[in-house]
Ligand binder design. Structure first.
Ligand code: ZN
Length: 289
């Protein structure tokens, strides 16, 4: 069995700040009771419920791709009375009708469950939604027994610990064998260029096992290489100049992310980011919308 997890972050906007669980006792398996849906679609459905957004931690697609957007440690919304201590994994499909699960989806489900167990502790329970309450979910044809057998199969030697170690919740990825900036860009839905910029790599694509890379722009309003639009904003010759040199308008880039006296340096093209003598000047941080 393959032990490469095919994981893709889907960026969605939650209505509330997500909070973390204090406790984790188990994994709850669901089906979507729908075809052709992933995080994007389900996020919309759940917003319409008045929720903060997608309630599951993961959705395993028919093709084996595992989508996620809420951090693994956050409170999910998927199993009434147990959201505070469980992780919700949903499978694309209607397993009340669909009699067999595609191989890719099954394998990804197994790998993901093994990963989550190893991330917390081996004794994490794996149950179906219907074990918690009166529901058909995840459907009568969901291959639960077979999946559990495969999860517990000791001969099925997997490297899940290495696969996505610095999980998902935070914005740091620890590089493992096989990672490339390109594969990370797909995994975290960020461009290679942005990965290079926020990790101070210039145009280099070299990474090595054990490197800790920043992989998200989400939590940073201002970062080196960020493109900004200015509209008649005061420009200064230094961080402590008393008077502005002029006002500027148009597209600029943050030269580096050091803020001094609430001011930051900008430059006039992406290729000048971080380069000596290529500073247009200083602007007030609050000029950045
Ligand atoms: Zn369910």
């Amino acid at each position: 069995m393959s032990n490469k997890i095919n994981l893709t972050k889907i960026d969605v906007k939650f209505n509330n700040k997500l909070t973390n669980r204090k406790d984790t006792i188990g994994i709850v398996l669901h089906h979507l009771d729908a075809n052709n849906a992933g995080i994007k679609e389900v996020h919309q459905w759940h917003l319409k419920q008045g929720w903060e957004g997608i309630g599951y931690h993961f959705i395993v697609r028919f093709n084996g791709v595992i989508e996620w957007s809420r951090g693994i440690d956050t409170f999910g919304i998927h199993t009434l009375n147990n959201n505070h201590n469980t992780i919700g994994i949903a499978f694309e499909g209607k397993y009340e009708e669909l009699k067999s699960m595609p191989d890719e989806q099954f394998k990804s489900g197994v790998e993901l469950i093994k990963y989550v167990k190893s991330h917390y502790h081996k004794n994490l329970t794996v149950k179906q939604h219907k074990d918690y309450r009166a529901t058909a979910c995840p459907g009568r044809y969901f291959p639960f027994t077979k999946m559990l057998e495969e999860v517990n199969n000791k001969n099925n030697n997997t490297n899940v610990n290495q696969t996505i170690n610095q999980m998902i919740n935070n914005e740091i990825h620890k590089v493992v064998k096989g990672d490339t900036l390109y594969s990370l860009s797909k995994m975290y839905n960020i461009t290679v260029k942005d990965l290079q910029i926020i990790n101070d790599k210039g145009s280099s694509t070299n990474i090595k096992i054990g490197d800790k890379l920043r992989v998200s722009l989400d939590n940073e309003k201002i970062y080196k290489g960020l493109k900004i639009g200015l509209d008649n904003s005061p420009l200064y010759a230094s961080s402590d100049a008393k008077t502005k040199t002029r006002n500027i308008t148009g597209g600029f880039w943050i030269w580096n992310d050091k803020i001094v006296n609430e001011r930051i340096r900008i430059t006039n093209s992406l290729s000048n980011v971080g380069k000596a003598n290529q500073i247009t000047g200083w602007i007030n941080v609050n000029s950045i919308k």
